[in-house]
Design a binder for this molecule. Structure first.
Ligand code: NAP
Ligand code: MG
Length: 463
């Protein structure tokens, strides 16, 4: 992997207007592994103009042809699978097995799904005396976080391209190398110049310039709720479309009829995947009071297998490390009990946190309310199902959840949860199912046909 000292704009790598760069750090060993340009408003403007110039031609390209280009893009990602996995390991610190299976593997599946959807989706429908056309919204400004460096990019770019939109991407400053590899794959796939453009840079500079650019028609943002609110406000004042995929504080609800050990162990694996740096991590475990001590004991034992530096990668940067440690200290201060892990650094180098289990957590504690974005899990005790529901729904978030128990009971409980996706008895991730949040977890959906519809607007023709 070699860092480009340029932006990908209008089908070519062009030097940035300014001289500033961003150092990319490997969080597993704290070494600088490359530099990328820190783009400014001028670079963003050039990229938006390239996207605007390419829009009419791409929008008019038959959907099946757009699908064929997305299939070529998927093939280019397949060809670079190992390089992508190695790059994600280098800039995010993801363990190699996770990097290969999820960080490189999942975007290939998502790109494939949009290659197919572009060709099969109904871009026209009839109702009464009208024909309704689904037309692309226009130029998309995509702003992505570092936690799944390629997946977050593909989950926006693939449906946007399938819809006939053109895109300017501002990836996270912590993981720009994977985004550069993606731009190389776009180029190899032979997408027309300007259909996809990449501007690396800092959020408050390049990200903000992209979100407020007059010629961007839709802003799609994934990241923190704090920045999401600013972007929503900007988009609102300019009457732009906006999609926000924000944080979560998801509950793993274990009903008394569940297989307790499986529910605890599977939930733990979910919450610790990607070192807990996941918006949909099941970080609150809700257990009936009679089974609580047993559940905590199962978790304390199972977590020993998750060794930092081996199965658990580091936090992405020192700021996140301090943030996560701060939450662990806050949990102790507020009276929760550590049964595994703790705030001490488990290794001498790298931004590692020990996977931590808290017991005696009450619903209003900070560690039960705020998104931690690290390997920290809170066990909460409930009296009965109504109590469990009140706790599960008792945060500002509503991204995901899980329920374990007799299937009909579990589904009845899931129907009452305020969350965009709920796994029943360990149900697997489905790349075609819509993903997104209730409440302050966001606006809009990604993935599958619903994710494609986000990039379309209707035009009704009456006859
Ligand atoms: P963030 O600041 O919201 O970053 C997300 C993206 O937005 C990055 O590309 C970022 O650029 C950009 N950005 C930042 N400020 C911006 C602005 N004023 N205008 C436009 N774009 C802007 O998130 P973070 O600082 O990386 O992580 C902080 C917390 O966010 C985490 O602890 C976690 O709670 C949450 N988070 C959630 C998700 C999710 O999937 N829902 C993902 C990542 C983080 P820079 O990279 O230059 O900052
Ligand atoms: Mg940031």
């Amino acid at each position: 992997m070699k860092a480009h000292d340029a932006m990908y704009i209008g089908g070519q790598w062009r030097p940035a207007v300014g001289q500033d760069t961003i150092a990319v750090v490997n969080p597993a060993n704290e070494q600088v592994i490359g530099h990328v340009p820190a783009g400014t408003a001028e670079d963003v403007d050039a990229a938006v103009r390239a996207a605007r110039d390419a829009f009419a031609g791409w929008a008019a390209t038959p959907p099946a042809e757009r699908g064929a280009k997305i299939a070529a893009l998927r093939d280019a990602l397949v060809a670079r699978k190992d390089e992508i996995a190695a790059t994600v390991t280098a800039e995010l610190g993801a363990p190699p097995q996770l990097a290969a299976a999820v960080h490189a593997g999942l975007p290939i599946v998502i790109a494939g799904s949009y290659a197919e959807l572009a060709a099969t989706y109904s871009f026209e429908e009839k109702t009464g005396n009208s024909t309704v056309l689904m037309e692309p919204v226009g130029v998309v400004g995509a702003i992505t976080p570092w936690n799944y460096p390629l997946h977050q990019v593909v989950a926006k770019v693939a449906p946007a391209l399938a819809a006939g939109c053109t895109v300017v991407l501002k990836p996270a400053e912590d993981t720009p190398l994977t985004a550069q590899l993606f731009a190389e794959a776009v180029h190899e796939a032979g997408l027309p110049a300007g259909v996809f453009n990449l501007v690396t840079g800092l959020g408050p500079v390049a990200g903000q310039a992209l979100a407020e650019h007059d010629d961007v028609d839709l802003v799609s943002f994934t990241g923190s709720t704090a920045v999401g609110k600013q972007i929503g406000a900007l988009a609102g004042s300019a009457v732009k479309r906006v999609a926000l995929e924000l944080g979560g504080k998801s509950a793993n609800v274990i009903l008394p009829s569940a297989d307790l050990a499986t529910a605890v162990e599977t939930g733990l694996a979910n919450a610790l995947s990607n070192a807990g740096q996941r918006c949909s991590a099941l970080t609150r475990v809700l257990v009936h009071k009679d089974q609580y001590d047993e559940a905590v004991a199962v978790a304390a034992k199972a977590i020993a297998a998750y060794t930092p530096g081996d199965r658990i990668g580091p936090m992405v940067n020192s700021k996140q490390l301090e943030r996560v440690r701060g939450y662990i200290e806050k949990g102790v201060e507020e009276g929760a009990r550590i049964v595994a892990g703790g705030p001490e650094a488990p290794l001498d180098t790298g931004y590692y946190v020990s996977p931590t289990v808290f017991a005696d957590v009450t619903p209003q504690m900070t560690i039960a309310q705020e998104e931690i974005f690290g390997p920290v899990i809170a066990f909460l005790k409930y009296e009965d199902e109504e109590d469990a529901l009140a706790i599960a729904n008792g945060t500002v978030y509503g991204l995901a959840g899980a329920v374990w128990g007799e299937p009909e009971q579990a589904v009845a409980f899931a129907r009452r949860m305020e969350a965009g996706q709920v796994d029943i008895n360990g149900g697997r991730f489905n790349p075609l199912a819509p993903f997104g949040g209730y409440k302050q977890s966001g606006i809009g959906r990604e993935l599958g046909a619903h994710g494609l519809a986000e990039y379309l607007q209707t035009k009704s023709l009456q006859f």
